[in-house]
Design a protein around this ligand. Structure first.
Ligand code: AMP
Length: 413
Protein backbone atom coordinates (compact mmCIF):
# COMPACT_ATOMS: atom_id res chain seq x y z
CA UNK A 1 0.00 0.00 0.00
CA UNK A 2 1.26 3.45 -0.88
CA UNK A 3 1.67 5.73 2.14
CA UNK A 4 1.88 9.45 1.60
CA UNK A 5 0.33 12.68 2.80
CA UNK A 6 -2.80 12.10 0.73
CA UNK A 7 -3.66 9.16 3.05
CA UNK A 8 -3.23 11.49 5.99
CA UNK A 9 -5.74 13.90 4.47
CA UNK A 10 -8.31 11.11 4.47
CA UNK A 11 -8.21 9.74 0.92
CA UNK A 12 -8.54 5.98 0.64
CA UNK A 13 -5.87 3.62 -0.68
CA UNK A 14 -7.33 3.02 -4.18
CA UNK A 15 -7.53 6.76 -4.91
CA UNK A 16 -4.04 7.40 -3.52
CA UNK A 17 -2.80 4.67 -5.80
CA UNK A 18 -4.47 6.24 -8.84
CA UNK A 19 -2.76 9.53 -7.95
CA UNK A 20 0.62 7.85 -7.51
CA UNK A 21 0.30 6.36 -10.99
CA UNK A 22 -0.23 9.89 -12.30
CA UNK A 23 2.90 11.07 -10.46
CA UNK A 24 0.90 12.98 -7.85
CA UNK A 25 2.42 12.06 -4.51
CA UNK A 26 2.46 15.16 -2.33
CA UNK A 27 -0.58 17.39 -1.81
CA UNK A 28 -0.19 21.04 -2.70
CA UNK A 29 -1.06 23.70 -0.11
CA UNK A 30 -4.61 24.19 -1.37
CA UNK A 31 -5.17 20.43 -1.44
CA UNK A 32 -3.91 19.97 2.13
CA UNK A 33 -6.20 22.72 3.33
CA UNK A 34 -9.32 21.87 1.31
CA UNK A 35 -9.54 18.08 1.15
CA UNK A 36 -10.26 17.33 4.86
CA UNK A 37 -13.11 19.87 5.13
CA UNK A 38 -14.60 18.88 1.78
CA UNK A 39 -14.44 15.19 2.77
CA UNK A 40 -16.28 16.06 5.96
CA UNK A 41 -19.09 17.47 3.83
CA UNK A 42 -18.49 21.11 4.75
CA UNK A 43 -19.03 24.05 2.42
CA UNK A 44 -15.66 25.48 1.43
CA UNK A 45 -14.66 28.80 -0.03
CA UNK A 46 -11.08 28.67 -1.24
CA UNK A 47 -9.02 31.37 -2.83
CA UNK A 48 -6.62 29.63 -5.15
CA UNK A 49 -5.29 30.18 -8.61
CA UNK A 50 -4.85 27.99 -11.63
CA UNK A 51 -1.60 26.13 -11.20
CA UNK A 52 -2.04 25.65 -7.46
CA UNK A 53 -3.62 22.21 -7.84
CA UNK A 54 -7.10 23.59 -7.17
CA UNK A 55 -8.86 21.22 -9.57
CA UNK A 56 -7.71 18.14 -7.69
CA UNK A 57 -8.48 19.95 -4.41
CA UNK A 58 -12.19 19.82 -5.21
CA UNK A 59 -12.34 16.73 -7.45
CA UNK A 60 -10.58 14.32 -5.11
CA UNK A 61 -13.00 14.69 -2.17
CA UNK A 62 -15.93 14.47 -4.58
CA UNK A 63 -14.60 11.25 -6.10
CA UNK A 64 -13.77 9.84 -2.67
CA UNK A 65 -17.30 10.51 -1.45
CA UNK A 66 -19.01 9.16 -4.56
CA UNK A 67 -17.14 5.82 -4.53
CA UNK A 68 -19.37 4.10 -7.07
CA UNK A 69 -21.31 4.96 -10.18
CA UNK A 70 -24.93 5.84 -9.42
CA UNK A 71 -26.69 9.00 -10.56
CA UNK A 72 -25.77 12.64 -11.07
CA UNK A 73 -24.37 13.73 -7.72
CA UNK A 74 -21.72 16.35 -8.48
CA UNK A 75 -22.04 19.44 -10.63
CA UNK A 76 -19.05 21.62 -11.48
CA UNK A 77 -19.68 25.02 -13.07
CA UNK A 78 -16.77 26.68 -14.88
CA UNK A 79 -16.64 29.99 -16.76
CA UNK A 80 -15.03 28.79 -19.99
CA UNK A 81 -15.23 25.80 -22.28
CA UNK A 82 -11.50 25.18 -22.12
CA UNK A 83 -11.51 25.09 -18.33
CA UNK A 84 -14.56 22.77 -18.27
CA UNK A 85 -12.91 20.39 -20.75
CA UNK A 86 -9.75 20.43 -18.67
CA UNK A 87 -11.61 19.68 -15.44
CA UNK A 88 -13.37 16.79 -17.08
CA UNK A 89 -10.07 15.34 -18.32
CA UNK A 90 -8.82 15.47 -14.71
CA UNK A 91 -12.06 13.94 -13.40
CA UNK A 92 -11.69 11.04 -15.84
CA UNK A 93 -8.11 10.46 -14.76
CA UNK A 94 -8.82 10.53 -11.05
CA UNK A 95 -12.01 8.46 -11.15
CA UNK A 96 -10.78 5.67 -13.37
CA UNK A 97 -10.62 3.18 -10.53
CA UNK A 98 -14.09 4.06 -9.20
CA UNK A 99 -15.47 3.93 -12.77
CA UNK A 100 -17.44 7.11 -12.23
CA UNK A 101 -18.93 8.66 -15.32
CA UNK A 102 -18.21 12.29 -16.09
CA UNK A 103 -19.76 14.38 -18.84
CA UNK A 104 -18.74 17.82 -20.05
CA UNK A 105 -21.47 20.13 -21.37
CA UNK A 106 -20.15 23.29 -23.03
CA UNK A 107 -21.32 25.61 -25.76
CA UNK A 108 -19.88 25.33 -29.27
CA UNK A 109 -20.03 21.55 -29.27
CA UNK A 110 -22.79 19.18 -30.34
CA UNK A 111 -25.88 19.48 -28.15
CA UNK A 112 -27.20 16.14 -29.39
CA UNK A 113 -24.03 14.36 -28.31
CA UNK A 114 -24.22 15.93 -24.87
CA UNK A 115 -27.88 14.96 -24.47
CA UNK A 116 -27.02 11.40 -25.45
CA UNK A 117 -24.11 11.29 -23.00
CA UNK A 118 -26.36 12.56 -20.21
CA UNK A 119 -28.99 9.95 -21.00
CA UNK A 120 -26.51 7.11 -20.76
CA UNK A 121 -25.70 8.03 -17.15
CA UNK A 122 -23.52 10.56 -15.38
CA UNK A 123 -22.07 10.94 -11.90
CA UNK A 124 -20.11 14.17 -12.34
CA UNK A 125 -21.31 16.87 -14.71
CA UNK A 126 -18.93 19.68 -15.67
CA UNK A 127 -20.59 22.53 -17.51
CA UNK A 128 -20.48 26.15 -18.54
CA UNK A 129 -23.56 28.04 -17.30
CA UNK A 130 -25.10 28.92 -20.69
CA UNK A 131 -25.11 25.40 -22.09
CA UNK A 132 -26.31 23.88 -18.83
CA UNK A 133 -29.32 26.20 -18.73
CA UNK A 134 -30.07 25.22 -22.30
CA UNK A 135 -29.98 21.53 -21.34
CA UNK A 136 -32.17 22.12 -18.29
CA UNK A 137 -34.75 23.97 -20.39
CA UNK A 138 -34.83 21.10 -22.87
CA UNK A 139 -35.44 18.66 -20.01
CA UNK A 140 -32.21 16.84 -20.88
CA UNK A 141 -30.90 16.92 -17.31
CA UNK A 142 -32.30 17.14 -13.81
CA UNK A 143 -30.18 18.53 -10.99
CA UNK A 144 -32.41 17.26 -8.19
CA UNK A 145 -29.96 14.56 -7.15
CA UNK A 146 -26.90 16.81 -7.05
CA UNK A 147 -25.22 16.63 -3.64
CA UNK A 148 -22.10 18.69 -4.30
CA UNK A 149 -22.01 21.89 -6.31
CA UNK A 150 -18.68 23.41 -7.34
CA UNK A 151 -18.33 26.97 -8.56
CA UNK A 152 -14.86 27.08 -10.10
CA UNK A 153 -13.17 30.40 -10.89
CA UNK A 154 -16.15 32.16 -9.36
CA UNK A 155 -14.51 35.56 -9.82
CA UNK A 156 -14.24 35.02 -13.56
CA UNK A 157 -17.77 33.73 -13.67
CA UNK A 158 -18.93 37.05 -12.21
CA UNK A 159 -16.61 39.10 -14.44
CA UNK A 160 -18.06 37.36 -17.47
CA UNK A 161 -21.60 38.24 -16.43
CA UNK A 162 -22.72 34.71 -15.56
CA UNK A 163 -24.36 35.57 -12.22
CA UNK A 164 -27.98 35.41 -13.50
CA UNK A 165 -27.24 32.11 -15.26
CA UNK A 166 -25.60 30.65 -12.15
CA UNK A 167 -28.54 31.71 -9.97
CA UNK A 168 -30.93 30.14 -12.47
CA UNK A 169 -29.03 26.84 -12.30
CA UNK A 170 -28.71 26.80 -8.51
CA UNK A 171 -32.50 27.09 -8.22
CA UNK A 172 -32.65 23.55 -9.63
CA UNK A 173 -30.24 22.15 -7.04
CA UNK A 174 -31.46 21.12 -3.57
CA UNK A 175 -30.63 23.57 -0.77
CA UNK A 176 -29.39 20.60 1.27
CA UNK A 177 -26.11 20.27 -0.58
CA UNK A 178 -22.41 20.84 -0.25
CA UNK A 179 -21.05 23.86 -2.08
CA UNK A 180 -17.38 24.38 -2.91
CA UNK A 181 -16.41 27.78 -4.29
CA UNK A 182 -12.99 28.45 -5.80
CA UNK A 183 -11.80 31.90 -6.74
CA UNK A 184 -8.48 33.49 -7.64
CA UNK A 185 -9.46 36.84 -6.18
CA UNK A 186 -11.77 37.95 -3.39
CA UNK A 187 -14.05 40.76 -4.49
CA UNK A 188 -17.23 42.07 -2.93
CA UNK A 189 -19.16 40.23 -5.65
CA UNK A 190 -17.54 36.91 -4.75
CA UNK A 191 -18.23 37.47 -1.03
CA UNK A 192 -21.87 38.17 -1.85
CA UNK A 193 -22.09 35.04 -4.01
CA UNK A 194 -20.58 33.01 -1.17
CA UNK A 195 -23.15 34.35 1.29
CA UNK A 196 -25.93 33.57 -1.16
CA UNK A 197 -24.86 30.05 -2.07
CA UNK A 198 -23.14 28.62 1.00
CA UNK A 199 -23.79 27.82 4.65
CA UNK A 200 -21.16 28.19 7.36
CA UNK A 201 -18.35 27.81 4.84
CA UNK A 202 -14.79 26.99 5.84
CA UNK A 203 -12.58 29.72 4.35
CA UNK A 204 -9.27 28.73 2.89
CA UNK A 205 -6.52 30.82 1.42
CA UNK A 206 -3.53 29.45 -0.41
CA UNK A 207 -0.57 31.75 -0.84
CA UNK A 208 -0.70 33.90 -3.96
CA UNK A 209 1.60 32.55 -6.57
CA UNK A 210 2.92 35.90 -7.78
CA UNK A 211 4.62 36.61 -4.52
CA UNK A 212 5.45 33.10 -3.45
CA UNK A 213 6.30 30.83 -6.35
CA UNK A 214 10.06 30.68 -6.09
CA UNK A 215 10.35 29.15 -9.55
CA UNK A 216 8.79 32.16 -11.30
CA UNK A 217 11.05 34.89 -12.68
CA UNK A 218 9.30 38.16 -13.48
CA UNK A 219 10.87 40.88 -15.60
CA UNK A 220 9.78 43.97 -17.45
CA UNK A 221 11.36 45.31 -20.63
CA UNK A 222 11.03 49.01 -21.26
CA UNK A 223 10.44 49.38 -24.95
CA UNK A 224 8.73 51.63 -27.45
CA UNK A 225 5.39 50.31 -28.71
CA UNK A 226 6.64 49.93 -32.29
CA UNK A 227 9.73 48.02 -31.13
CA UNK A 228 7.75 45.33 -29.28
CA UNK A 229 7.63 42.98 -32.26
CA UNK A 230 11.41 43.06 -32.90
CA UNK A 231 11.97 42.57 -29.17
CA UNK A 232 9.63 39.57 -29.07
CA UNK A 233 11.37 38.08 -32.10
CA UNK A 234 14.71 38.59 -30.37
CA UNK A 235 13.41 36.89 -27.22
CA UNK A 236 12.13 33.95 -29.24
CA UNK A 237 15.54 33.64 -30.86
CA UNK A 238 17.43 34.01 -27.62
CA UNK A 239 15.31 31.32 -25.91
CA UNK A 240 15.04 28.89 -28.78
CA UNK A 241 13.73 26.11 -26.58
CA UNK A 242 10.58 26.18 -24.51
CA UNK A 243 7.09 27.28 -25.35
CA UNK A 244 5.72 30.81 -25.20
CA UNK A 245 2.26 32.10 -24.40
CA UNK A 246 1.98 35.67 -25.61
CA UNK A 247 -0.91 37.77 -24.33
CA UNK A 248 -2.46 40.64 -26.22
CA UNK A 249 -5.27 42.87 -25.16
CA UNK A 250 -7.60 42.49 -28.13
CA UNK A 251 -8.56 39.90 -30.71
CA UNK A 252 -7.31 42.19 -33.45
CA UNK A 253 -3.88 42.61 -32.00
CA UNK A 254 -3.73 38.84 -31.36
CA UNK A 255 -4.44 38.20 -35.05
CA UNK A 256 -1.99 40.84 -36.20
CA UNK A 257 0.76 39.55 -33.95
CA UNK A 258 0.17 35.94 -35.04
CA UNK A 259 0.47 36.97 -38.68
CA UNK A 260 3.70 38.84 -38.00
CA UNK A 261 5.21 35.91 -36.11
CA UNK A 262 4.14 33.45 -38.80
CA UNK A 263 5.74 35.71 -41.42
CA UNK A 264 8.92 35.40 -39.36
CA UNK A 265 8.78 31.61 -39.61
CA UNK A 266 7.45 30.82 -36.16
CA UNK A 267 4.90 28.06 -35.59
CA UNK A 268 2.05 29.97 -34.01
CA UNK A 269 -1.51 29.23 -32.90
CA UNK A 270 -4.05 31.82 -31.82
CA UNK A 271 -6.73 31.60 -29.17
CA UNK A 272 -9.45 34.21 -28.85
CA UNK A 273 -13.18 34.33 -28.50
CA UNK A 274 -13.78 34.85 -32.23
CA UNK A 275 -12.54 31.39 -33.00
CA UNK A 276 -14.85 28.42 -33.21
CA UNK A 277 -14.63 25.67 -30.61
CA UNK A 278 -13.00 23.29 -33.07
CA UNK A 279 -10.42 25.93 -34.05
CA UNK A 280 -9.66 26.48 -30.38
CA UNK A 281 -9.36 22.76 -29.69
CA UNK A 282 -7.04 22.34 -32.67
CA UNK A 283 -4.92 25.29 -31.57
CA UNK A 284 -4.55 23.91 -28.05
CA UNK A 285 -3.69 20.43 -29.31
CA UNK A 286 -0.96 21.80 -31.59
CA UNK A 287 0.44 23.83 -28.74
CA UNK A 288 0.28 20.96 -26.26
CA UNK A 289 2.03 18.50 -28.51
CA UNK A 290 4.74 21.03 -29.37
CA UNK A 291 3.93 21.48 -33.05
CA UNK A 292 3.37 25.16 -32.35
CA UNK A 293 5.87 26.76 -29.98
CA UNK A 294 3.98 30.01 -29.61
CA UNK A 295 0.41 30.53 -28.47
CA UNK A 296 -0.97 34.03 -28.90
CA UNK A 297 -4.02 34.59 -26.72
CA UNK A 298 -6.34 37.14 -25.20
CA UNK A 299 -7.20 36.94 -21.51
CA UNK A 300 -10.71 35.58 -21.72
CA UNK A 301 -9.84 32.95 -24.30
CA UNK A 302 -6.82 31.85 -22.32
CA UNK A 303 -8.73 30.94 -19.18
CA UNK A 304 -8.33 27.31 -18.45
CA UNK A 305 -5.28 26.68 -20.59
CA UNK A 306 -3.71 23.87 -18.63
CA UNK A 307 -0.37 23.13 -20.19
CA UNK A 308 2.26 22.25 -17.66
CA UNK A 309 5.56 23.14 -19.26
CA UNK A 310 5.07 26.65 -20.58
CA UNK A 311 8.50 28.26 -20.21
CA UNK A 312 7.58 31.87 -20.94
CA UNK A 313 4.55 34.06 -20.56
CA UNK A 314 4.94 37.32 -22.45
CA UNK A 315 2.69 40.27 -21.75
CA UNK A 316 2.92 41.85 -25.18
CA UNK A 317 0.58 44.48 -23.86
CA UNK A 318 0.41 45.25 -20.14
CA UNK A 319 -2.88 43.92 -18.72
CA UNK A 320 -5.33 46.47 -17.32
CA UNK A 321 -5.65 44.89 -13.87
CA UNK A 322 -3.49 43.04 -11.37
CA UNK A 323 -5.92 40.10 -11.52
CA UNK A 324 -5.34 39.70 -15.23
CA UNK A 325 -1.60 39.88 -14.63
CA UNK A 326 -1.82 37.16 -11.95
CA UNK A 327 -3.91 34.92 -14.18
CA UNK A 328 -1.54 35.37 -17.10
CA UNK A 329 1.69 34.69 -15.25
CA UNK A 330 0.05 31.72 -13.50
CA UNK A 331 0.27 29.87 -16.83
CA UNK A 332 3.98 29.33 -16.25
CA UNK A 333 6.04 28.02 -13.31
CA UNK A 334 3.37 25.46 -12.58
CA UNK A 335 3.72 22.41 -10.38
CA UNK A 336 7.23 23.32 -9.23
CA UNK A 337 8.71 23.97 -12.69
CA UNK A 338 10.73 27.04 -13.66
CA UNK A 339 9.11 29.75 -15.71
CA UNK A 340 9.49 33.39 -16.70
CA UNK A 341 6.94 36.13 -17.09
CA UNK A 342 8.21 38.89 -19.37
CA UNK A 343 6.25 42.12 -19.61
CA UNK A 344 6.88 44.48 -22.51
CA UNK A 345 6.05 47.92 -21.27
CA UNK A 346 5.92 51.04 -23.41
CA UNK A 347 6.14 54.46 -21.76
CA UNK A 348 2.39 55.00 -21.83
CA UNK A 349 1.80 51.63 -20.13
CA UNK A 350 4.09 52.37 -17.18
CA UNK A 351 1.17 53.52 -15.03
CA UNK A 352 -0.62 50.19 -15.55
CA UNK A 353 2.47 48.28 -14.52
CA UNK A 354 2.95 50.51 -11.49
CA UNK A 355 -0.63 49.72 -10.38
CA UNK A 356 0.01 45.99 -10.82
CA UNK A 357 3.19 46.26 -8.75
CA UNK A 358 1.30 48.06 -5.99
CA UNK A 359 -1.46 45.43 -5.95
CA UNK A 360 0.82 42.38 -6.02
CA UNK A 361 3.54 43.85 -3.83
CA UNK A 362 6.14 42.69 -6.34
CA UNK A 363 8.50 45.18 -7.91
CA UNK A 364 9.51 44.03 -11.38
CA UNK A 365 13.08 44.31 -12.41
CA UNK A 366 13.27 46.65 -15.46
CA UNK A 367 15.59 46.04 -18.39
CA UNK A 368 16.23 48.53 -21.12
CA UNK A 369 17.01 46.44 -24.15
CA UNK A 370 19.88 47.77 -26.26
CA UNK A 371 18.49 49.15 -29.49
CA UNK A 372 14.93 48.99 -28.27
CA UNK A 373 14.60 51.75 -25.75
CA UNK A 374 13.87 55.27 -26.90
CA UNK A 375 16.63 56.96 -25.00
CA UNK A 376 14.19 59.02 -22.98
CA UNK A 377 15.10 59.89 -19.44
CA UNK A 378 13.24 58.41 -16.45
CA UNK A 379 11.58 61.80 -15.99
CA UNK A 380 10.31 61.85 -19.57
CA UNK A 381 8.96 58.30 -19.25
CA UNK A 382 7.20 59.19 -16.00
CA UNK A 383 5.64 62.22 -17.64
CA UNK A 384 4.42 60.22 -20.67
CA UNK A 385 2.96 57.63 -18.32
CA UNK A 386 1.21 60.26 -16.22
CA UNK A 387 -0.32 61.78 -19.37
CA UNK A 388 -1.54 58.32 -20.45
CA UNK A 389 -3.02 57.71 -17.00
CA UNK A 390 -4.87 61.02 -17.03
CA UNK A 391 -6.18 60.34 -20.52
CA UNK A 392 -7.36 56.90 -19.52
CA UNK A 393 -9.02 58.02 -16.26
CA UNK A 394 -10.83 60.91 -17.97
CA UNK A 395 -12.39 58.45 -20.41
CA UNK A 396 -13.67 56.03 -17.79
CA UNK A 397 -16.56 56.45 -15.39
CA UNK A 398 -15.02 54.68 -12.39
CA UNK A 399 -11.68 53.20 -11.44
CA UNK A 400 -13.10 50.08 -9.83
CA UNK A 401 -11.98 46.72 -11.07
CA UNK A 402 -15.42 45.19 -11.16
CA UNK A 403 -16.64 47.76 -13.64
CA UNK A 404 -13.70 46.81 -15.89
CA UNK A 405 -14.12 50.09 -17.59
CA UNK A 406 -10.55 50.90 -18.50
CA UNK A 407 -9.74 51.91 -22.00
CA UNK A 408 -9.47 48.25 -22.85
CA UNK A 409 -12.93 47.16 -21.85
CA UNK A 410 -14.61 48.70 -24.83
CA UNK A 411 -12.73 46.46 -27.18
CA UNK A 412 -13.68 42.84 -27.49
CA UNK A 413 -11.34 40.20 -26.10
P1 AMP B 1 -4.65 23.25 -11.41
O1 AMP B 1 -4.26 24.29 -10.40
O2 AMP B 1 -5.79 22.44 -10.94
O3 AMP B 1 -4.86 23.86 -12.76
O4 AMP B 1 -3.43 22.19 -11.53
C1 AMP B 1 -2.18 22.51 -12.07
C2 AMP B 1 -1.37 21.28 -12.49
O5 AMP B 1 -0.78 20.67 -11.36
C3 AMP B 1 -2.20 20.20 -13.17
O6 AMP B 1 -1.53 19.83 -14.35
C4 AMP B 1 -2.21 19.04 -12.21
O7 AMP B 1 -2.16 17.80 -12.86
C5 AMP B 1 -0.95 19.24 -11.40
N1 AMP B 1 -1.11 18.81 -10.01
C6 AMP B 1 -2.20 18.93 -9.24
N2 AMP B 1 -1.97 18.48 -8.00
C7 AMP B 1 -0.68 18.10 -7.96
C8 AMP B 1 0.17 17.57 -6.95
N3 AMP B 1 -0.28 17.34 -5.71
N4 AMP B 1 1.46 17.28 -7.29
C9 AMP B 1 1.92 17.51 -8.53
N5 AMP B 1 1.18 18.02 -9.54
C10 AMP B 1 -0.10 18.32 -9.25
Amino acid sequence: MIENNFNKLGLSAPLVQVLAKLGINEPTEIQSKTIPSALAGRDVMASAETGSGKTAAFLLPIIERLQQPGRLRALVLAPTRELAIQIEANAKNYSRQARLRSVVAVGGESLTKQIKALKSGVDILIATPGRLNDLIERGAVSLKTVETLVLDEADRMLDMGFLPQVRQIVRHVATQRQTLLLTATLSRGVEQLAREMMTDAVRIEAARSTSTVATLTQKAFQVLAHAKLPLLLALLKQHDEGSFVVFTQTRRSADRLSQALTANKHEVVTLHSDRSQSQRNRALTSFRNGRARVLVATDVAARGIDVDDIAFVVNYEVPPTADDYIHRVGRTARAGRNGSALTLVSPDEEFLLAAIERATGVRLERSKVAGFSDGRSEEQIKLASEIARLRSSSSRPSASRSSRSSRYSRVSR
